[in-house]
Design a protein around this ligand. Structure first.
Ligand code: GDP
Ligand code: MG
Length: 687
């Protein structure tokens, strides 16, 4: 006869003893756990050819080292390794009771959940989606009514089935948030190297979590100084960031996991939830109000980012203008120096143009950090999850897409929160369709040049909307083809609301901003120099330029340069889109960084040169192109090849050049096709 050992865990008064009696009947043996005066009851049960030994663990709410009962329960599970742990859950008080379950899940034991007191739960108006909840928690769930003996056979079946499956790798880890996860990862690596025996027995993740929780029992087991030092440093770091014990934050995250799982699977027909978090959530993630609240909040964030960001942006612009003039003044008036040109037209124009967006970025990152740290972002993802599921993405995908409105680079990095590779890659591929801040510079140039005052705002809105719509369509297509596969169900965690600490918000904002500066800055510096070289060389001979006025000479030089030649070469391909070679050169520049399009056009049209009638760039565009062309420029810039920095970032995050190039090529092709159709149709109608 095959033998199975089952341990019954559960909160006090969840009905453990009742279930124990239901399973074992009279065949019981009462004793003590070795060394402590905690009662240990054991019983036998024969079922379907199995001899099942049932052990009634002490009733506990958690598995910390703070009480003897909890330690006994925990040690029994770890030392004796029962084949199955049955967690008796009081279903009428589900969220509180599942806290213990999260810890059993984390110990990776073969787990069955008995939803006991299911009669009481029903009376209280609770309805469970058992199938879905079982998927989310990765454990079989059996409703029982212990004192009526209901659910006995089903529970035994689940025990036998789970014992047969044995230990399994769980896919849904409770995520403790970026900060804690980073610490955990570091400590886990150290444990794996330094404490091999412990790691084998307890698992590195469980150990790392316990160490950060400052669990006395586990800490006493660790001897490696390196590990202990890392833990001490980690705890200190987390304390300053959260202004709270890591243990509390970790517990909050576990409740967030439960809260998220229950939001999706437990329906309460009577109003019985009262905590502040729950009351806020009742409004914020309401089926009807959730989305509008989220959209309005985002609108406010964008408005503030651009309204407030305008001032420092102007200052930076003035600063770079001043820097350019100061450097120019080093050389005698009218003299030509390649170094001057490189510094002023290359480095300052290129890098300055990008750094000009830093205030916007920082403000946006600040707003996002506040929303994230307060716990709202998790709610936004929760609300979006319902919509995102329809296009085959996970709700969490929406956070990086949102960041994409600021800049694709942090957005692509932000996809790390997505555990599923297909989800993650699909999201990365469509992120460039979110109109980033740099593209805004292009829209800001084009729209006022071609459209009347009252059409300007709707035009901008339309362009953004086209991007979002295309992202949705492309994501759907990708999920149906290259990234085909089921969307795994995930728990959308709903951590408790917290007042964000100033320190944490500043750290988060600065980390992202610095990343933007460093990564984008270095690449853009390099590209600016390359572009400058390509725009300045080769140079025509003096005879070639003889007889031309300064503006004509500038144009001639540009046409003669590498960039000019490439522009000319691709002009036939751009004609059907309504673009000439000048726009072509600007488009090439835009692949370096989208906003380069603006400065490039400015150079091409030699703004500020001493022509007969000085005109602004906008007036020149107006004189040379139609509104249709203007619209097509925006359309093409929106959809086409993401900037080099974001291509490099895609390569880094997918760890694959083919995917990065696929993104680059397919988006450019898409831009070409759509712009072609729009221009041709537009010309037909206009003509
Ligand atoms: P323990 O502390 O977990 O061992 O809980 P007990 O087994 O002692 O049960 C506590 C009380 O709940 C007892 O009065 C049981 O009769 C009662 N009880 C157990 N299971 C159920 C159930 O499914 N429904 C209802 N209504 N009462 C139950
Ligand atoms: Mg009992």
């Amino acid at each position: 006869m095959k033998k199975i050992t089952v341990a019954l865990a559960g909160n006090p008064n969840s009905g453990k003893t009742t279930i124990f009696n239901m399973l074992t009947g009279a065949r019981q043996h009462v004793g003590n756990y070795p060394g402590v005066t905690v009662e240990k009851k054991e019983g036998l049960c024969k079922y379907a050819g199995f001899e099942i030994t049932v052990v009634d663990l002490p009733g506990t709410y958690s598995l910390t080292a703070y009480s003897i009962e909890e330690l006994v329960a925990r040690n029994f599970i770890i030392e004796e390794q029962p084949d199955v742990v049955v967690d008796i859950v009081d279903a009428s008080n589900i969220e509180r009771n599942l806290y213990l379950a999260t810890q059993l899940i984390e110990m990776n034991v073969p787990l069955v959940l008995a939803f006991n007191m299911s009669d009481v739960a029903k009376q209280n108006g609770l309805v469970f989606d058992i199938e879905q909840l079982s998927k989310l928690l990765e454990a079989m769930i059996v409703p029982t009514v212990g004192n009526k003996g209901k659910g006995k056979v089903e529970l035994l079946d689940a025990i036998v089935e789970t014992a047969r499956q044995g230990e399994m790798e769980r896919t849904h880890k409770i995520s403790y948030g970026e900060e804690i996860e980073t610490e955990l990862a570091g400590i886990e690596t150290l444990i794996a190297g330094e404490e091999r025996r412990l790691a084998e027995k307890y698992g590195t993740r469980w150990l790392a979590v316990k160490l950060l929780e400052q669990d006395s029992d586990v800490t006493a087991k660790v001897h490696s100084k390196e590990v202990l030092d890392a833990v001490r440093a980690g705890v200190g770091h987390l304390k300053t960031i959260f202004a709270d014990e890591p243990e509390i934050i970790i517990a909050g995250r576990r409740y967030g996991f439960i809260s998220g799982a229950c939001q999706e699977t437990v329906e309460s027909t009577v109003e019985s939830r009262h905590s502040t978090s729950d009351m806020i959530d009742a409004v914020v993630i309401n089926r009807i109000l959730g989305l509008p609240i989220f959209l309005i909040l985002m609108l406010v964030v964008f408005l503030l980012t651009f309204k407030i960001g305008k001032f420092p942006m102007d200052w930076l612009e003035q600063f770079f203008g001043w820097a350019g003039r100061t450097i120019t003044d080093f050389w005698p008036a009218g003299s030509e120096s390649w170094l001057k040109s490189l510094l002023v037209d290359g480095v300052i124009a290129g890098v300055g143009g990008v750094i000009g967006f830093l205030p916007n970025m920082l403000l946006l990152f600040l707003a996002i950090a506040i929303l994230e740290d307060s716990g709202y972002m998790a709610r936004a993802a929760f609300v979006m999850d319902r919509i995102m599921h329809r296009i085959g993405l996970h709700g969490k995908s929406f956070i990086p897409m949102l960041i994409g409105f600021g800049c694709s680079i942090p957005a692509i990095m932000g996809t790390r929160i997505l555990e599923n590779r297909r989800n993650r890659f699909t999201t990365i591929m469509v992120i460039p369709l979110m109109s980033c801040g740099a593209r805004l510079a292009i829209y800001a140039l084009i729209i006022p040049a071609f459209f009347k005052e009252k059409w300007r705002a709707p035009m901008l809105w339309l362009i953004y909307l086209i991007g979002i719509a295309l992202a949705v369509i492309c994501a759907k297509i990708l999920r149906l083809t290259v990234f085909k596969g089921e969307t795994t169900s995930f728990v959308m965690e709903l951590p408790p609301y917290r007042r964000p600490t100033i320190k944490a918000v500043c750290i988060h904002t600065w980390q992202r901003g610095w990343m933007f500066l460093k990564r984008a800055g270095t690449i853009i510096l390099a590209i600016s120099i390359i572009l400058w070289v390509a725009m300045s060389y080769p140079r025509p001979s003096d005879e070639f330029l003889a007889g031309l006025n300064s503006e004509q000479a500038r144009q001639a030089k540009l046409e003669y340069s590498t960039v000019g030649r490439i522009g000319r070469a691709i002009e036939p391909a751009l004609k059907p889109l309504g673009f000439d070679w000048k726009i072509g050169t600007a488009l090439i520049g835009a692949t370096a960084a989208k906003e380069v399009f603006v400065s490039q056009l400015a150079i091409v049209y030699a703004v500020g040169s001493t022509g007969e009638q000085p005109q602004t760039l906008r007036e020149k565009l107006q004189a040379n192109y139609t509104p249709l062309t203007g619209f097509c420029i925006m359309l093409f810039c929106l959809i086409s090849a993401p900037c080099v920095a974001s291509v490099v970032m895609t390569k880094r995050e997918t760890n694959s050049w083919p995917w990065a190039l696929f993104q680059f090529a397919s988006l450019t092709a898409l831009a070409y096709i759509i712009t072609f159709i729009v221009y041709q149709l537009g010309s037909l109608i206009a003509g």
